[in-house]
Ligand binder design. Structure first.
Ligand SMILES: [Zn+2]
Length: 1028
């Protein structure tokens, strides 16, 4: 899935995440907890049925569920308590469900016919025993063991399970394996309901008397069960709603090796949110409204469309039938097999049985009035579907997908396994795209572009298509066993999207984008609230939160680092070996490293597992400090944690492939030297002394470098004398690192400004956009703190350093993607700082645009700048709102939304926020974009925060707790706060939410960010006052 709102053109204007400490503990690695299940005798021993299902290759990650569940609840509670400044002694037992199976196990005590003294003794005794029990009870069984305590599961039910429900865990038992699903779905787009029949053929893996599977919001009307060739008989279905599970209990035990069939009839409403089987509508250019139904199942919503074993490791085949009206089409994962008439107004489409086994989250179906262009590519029929009005806009995606399909067929050395591949643009779709096997769904912006769309818009489409196509191998063919290893899907697809585009579409200049992605991943991972790439994820919220920058962007960054470290071809050879070995199966991270190690090219040997474990099993990344004395170079590593106080010091070490170049050879790849730093400090000897060293060549490594005062001074001097002494990636990397170090408190802000002095000679996109992004972040923080004098001086500083370049930008069509990126960042900044030349030009363009009634084309990369300036007057705003209804391109519509949301008029801010929430002005999918844009402005940022607080419940109805949309809303509304008062307010609000969101990682991240902002502002304000 691509959950990101990829509006890269605005990168330089977006606030970058910043960081502050919190007091959370390091996340230990996932370990085997099952073996500890006897530590608490009161807890019933696991029967074989109760070991949660893990496929054969994931033994290391088997999680038992026992006393440890409580530990985490305690630990979370403790963390929260500390976070909220609460006394840990005050914890109430009320947060523990009274029906907890553990409390029921307390042994009965009695004092028969007691005397008063005996009573006192008894009471005292009871208090002591109770206290000790409590202490022992709260201390995990592993407390006194040599290995200490692993982080436990958090799967204690929040509500008591009814006495009849035969299962007490979030993960399903592994006694039953589904083999095939026959699904029949009958959606009614008039009543927005559907009925369905699911026939599941299953195999018994362990003797059992129960079958447990998932179902959510389905009204099951009939259930029959059949063993082997026996007669089907009616069965009662039990439901436990809090965990979205249903179960049947059997009188006789099913025996290992038996086959059985469960048939379930049900009805349900089409979902009004963006997951499950949901309804959507759009209005065509004639004003006619059309409705459609589509699916989005990843990660946990297949259960909302059909009862199923909704975990990625339960792969099965699928045969899908859907009824529809004759003027609609139906699409599913597989090609259409046949169509039969049911009635005069209803036909039934039956699709081929899937030729490969699939995880449930990859199943998809759509009923809509779409049209397509299609083409045969290496035995696969590739089609791109859209609403009829936009059919012409699908050609670019068809060309791109065709080319990329051939690329991946060759690169992975395994042909795409299905006979067809559909790419479908859905008018109302929350994520960027979703990789359903054979039926990839997209937002319109991520798939549709016209001939005259800008290269930057085409770059976005190509990039999302490349990501989703890579998933057809990474994710679909070989799937992670559980969501803790989501990065195996997402990190890989993200890495492949950049690699494939660099090879197949060099004109799209994807390199800068990938560099920016790595910087963003570092920013998130420098927070204490970050998590390991392979992290524990048990509850639905935790699973949802795995779809974040760590899984995607850090995942891709460490793969880049690894590929740059291994001998040429080893990486690809290892990947091909891995895909072949696990084709159709599920895996864990370790298997990937094993395959990559096995592909070694002698005499070179690298234990990939040993190196990569340091990058995937611990959170964060290293700060490498380098110092030179003559030809002796000392390298040190420590955890780059922006909140490095005594309570959060960690002893983490990484295997870092440190690359370096020096003043005599710094540009060509051949100049690059590598040294693997494994311990805390090591020394290396150079062939001779050097004037300076630049580490992390082209920033392919996932670490930040500190050069010490002398080192920074030498590099600054070298750049001031000659900009081209380093590659543009290296220059961007220096700018990124020095700002990060300033936040850490390692370099003074004076040193930052000193380095930036060279910028007047800089012309390349990557270093310029990085510098602008960093300066914009400070500008916005000062602005929100109402430091008006400093804001004015910062404005002058930016215009002094970048003004000449801003002036030299053209306002006509520009072909180069890189130049578009730069122009958009420069003019976006200039106009937001109200630089006269920029605003005058933009006003002119806007006037011509409105007068032409939208027929005049403004270059895609400048649309946002022009519309935003235009939207600052009442007439301009109203004209733009009208224009919104007429514009066809979704990409342009989104820029209009951003412009409307950038208004500084408070009445209109309220109007747009409310209109977004009610779906009156825009589709609700755009609400996160509206909120984030409103938050960027001075007038709007407090409104946006109030709006989120007041409408929280409605927001989480649309965008579930933990979802990427909610993560983005929290981040955009809080990341510009930098005062104690705001910290208290944000903390107070999220604490009050309790189970409605307080436990989200993004909340911890928000609080850390505010603390960091606060500390950073306090540190740099004196320098800014002196130096600006
Ligand atoms: Zn993805």
């Amino acid at each position: 899935m691509d959950p990101f709102d990829s509006n890269n053109t605005e990168q330089a204007n977006l606030p970058r995440n910043m960081i502050e400490n919190s007091m959370f503990e390091e996340e230990p690695d996932v370990v085997d907890l099952a073996k500890d299940s006897t530590a608490f005798p009161a807890f019933p021993a696991l029967d074989p049925d109760e070991v949660v299902y893990e496929p054969r290759s994931s033994r290391l990650l088997v999680r038992g569920l026992g006393e440890n569940e409580l530990d985490e609840e305690e630990e979370d509670y403790e963390s929260s308590a500390r976070l909220l400044g609460m006394s840990f002694m005050n914890r109430s037992s009320a947060h523990r469900p009274s029906s907890s199976p553990y409390t029921r196990q307390a042994p009965p005590r009695s004092c028969s016919r007691p005397s008063a003294r005996t009573m006192v003794v008894c009471v005292l005794f009871l208090v002591i025993v109770a206290s000790m029990t409590m202490v022992l009870y709260f201390l995990p069984g592993c407390t006194f063991t040599k290995s200490g305590c692993p982080k436990p599961n958090n799967t204690t039910p929040t509500e008591p399970v009814g006495p009849d429900f035969p299962w007490t865990k979030l993960r399903l038992p592994n006694s039953i394996q589904p083999l095939n699903y026959d699904l029949t779905l009958n959606p009614d787009l008039n009543t927005m309901t559907f009925t369905g029949r699911t026939v599941i053929s299953m195999s018994v893996w362990h003797n059992t008397k129960r079958i447990v599977l998932h179902s959510a919001e389905l009204n099951i009307t009939k259930a029959t069960f059949q063993i082997g060739d026996g007669k089907p008989s009616d069965v009662v279905v039990l439901e436990y709603k809090p965990r979205q599970q249903i179960a049947i209990k059997l009188a006789e035990e099913l025996k290992e090796g038996q086959h059985c069939v469960l048939t379930l009839d049900y009805s349900a409403s089409l979902s009004h949110t963006y997951d499950g089987f949901y309804n959507s509508s759009y209005t065509d250019k004639n004003g006619t409204k059309s409705v459609l139904a589509a699916t989005q199942f990843e990660p946990l919503a297949a259960r909302k469309a059909f009862p199923c074993f909704d975990e990625p490791a339960f792969k099965a085949s699928f045969l899908i039938k859907i009824s529809r009206k004759p003027d609609y089409i139906a699409l599913s994962n597989m090609p259409l097999a046949k169509t039969t008439n049911i009635t005069k107004d209803l036909v039934l489409d039956e699709f081929e049985r899937s030729s490969v086994n699939m995880s449930t989250y990859l199943v998809a179906f759509i009923v809509a009035k779409f049209t397509c262009f299609q083409r045969n590519v290496s035995n696969t029929l590739v089609s791109v579907y859209s609403v009829p009005d936009k059919k012409e806009h699908t050609r670019y995606a068809l060309d791109t997908a065709s080319k990329l399909l051939q690329f991946y067929n060759t690169f992975f050395d395994i042909d795409y396994p299905l006979r067809k591949l559909d790419l479908v643009a859905i008018p109302d779709f929350l994520a960027g795209a979703m990789e359903n096997w054979g039926l990839i769904t997209f937002r319109e912006t991520s798939l549709l572009v016209g001939n005259d769309s800008s290269p930057l818009e085409k770059q976005l489409v190509a990039s999302v298509v490349a990501h989703e196509l890579a998933h057809q191998w990474f994710g679909n063919l070989v799937t992670m066993s559980w969501w803790n290893d989501l990065w195996l899907n997402e990190g890989f697809a993200t890495y492949m999207q950049y690699t494939s585009l660099q090879t197949e579409f060099p004109q799209l200049d994807i390199g800068n984008l990938f560099l920016g992605v790595r910087f963003r991943a570092l920013a998130k991972d420098a927070l204490n609230s970050s998590h390991a790439v392979s992290a524990q994820a048990d509850t639905p919220e935790q699973v949802a939160e795995m779809f974040d920058s760590v899984s995607y962007e850090k995942g891709a960054s460490i793969l880049l680092m690894l590929n740059a470290t291994l001998p040429k071809e080893q990486f690809r050879k290892g990947i091909i070996g891995y895909l072949n070995k696990f084709s159709g199966l599920n895996t864990v991270t370790e298997e990937l490293w094993n395959s990559l190690t096995q592909a070694e090219v002698p005499p070179y040997h690298q234990n990939v597992s040993e190196m990569m474990h340091t990058w995937t099993l611990q959170k964060g990344f290293p700060l490498v400090t380098v110092s030179c004395k003559g030809d002796q170079v000392t390298l040190k590593q420590e955890h780059f944690l922006l909140t490095a106080d005594n309570t959060t010091q960690t002893s983490s070490l990484w295997h870092i492939p440190v690359t370096y170049v020096n003043d005599s050879c710094s540009l060509d790849p051949e100049c690059r030297q590598v040294f693997t730093l494994k311990s805390k400090s090591e020394t290396l000897k150079l062939p001779g002394s050097v004037k300076w060293l630049k580490l992390n060549y082209k920033n392919t490594g996932f670490y930040i470098v500190h050069y010490g005062d002398e080192g920074w001074a030498s590099l600054t001097e070298a750049l001031t004398n000659n900009v081209t002494v380093l590659t543009h990636e290296d220059r961007a990397s220096l700018i990124h690192d020095i700002f990060a170090l300033s936040r850490l408190g390692c370099v003074s802000f004076r040193q930052v400004l000193y380095l930036l002095n060279y910028m007047t000679n800089e012309t390349e996109t990557a270093p310029l956009t990085e510098a602008l992004l960093q300066l914009n972040t400070i500008y916005r923080l000062l602005d929100k703190r109402q430091e008006q004098r400093l804001v004015a001086r910062m404005r002058t500083y930016i215009l002094d350093h970048f003004g000449a370049l801003m002036d030299s930008q053209t306002w006509e069509e520009e072909k180069s993607v890189s130049k578009q990126e730069l122009r958009s960042a420069l003019l976006g900044t200039a106009c937001s700082l109200e630089e006269t030349k920029c605003t005058e030009q933009a006003k002119d363009k806007f006037k011509q645009y409105i007068e032409s009634n939208g027929t005049m084309r403004i270059p895609g990369d400048l649309q946002r700048v022009v519309y935003t300036v235009g939207a600052q007057t009442e007439e301009g705003w109203s004209a733009l709102l009208q224009m919104y209804g007429h514009v066809t391109y979704d990409a342009e519509k989104r820029k209009i939304i951003q412009a409307l949301a950038s208004t500084q008029d408070t009445r209109r801010i309220v109007l747009i926020l409310k209109g977004g929430l009610n779906g009156e002005l825009f589709q609700p999918q755009e609400l996160p974009l509206v909120i984030s844009t409103v938050s960027g402005g001075f007038a709007g940022h407090l409104f946006a925060w109030d709006f989120v607080q007041e409408n929280w419940d409605r927001l989480i109805e649309k965008f579930p707790v933990g979802s990427f949309a909610i993560q983005s809303i929290i981040k955009s509304t809080t990341s510009q706060f930098s005062t104690q008062a705001h910290l208290d307010q944000v903390q107070g609000f999220f604490t009050s939410l309790k189970e409605r969101g307080s436990q989200m990682r993004s909340v911890q991240e928000a609080l850390e960010t505010i603390r960091l902002n606060q500390r950073w502002m306090d540190t740099i304000l004196p320098t800014l006052r002196d130096w600006l």
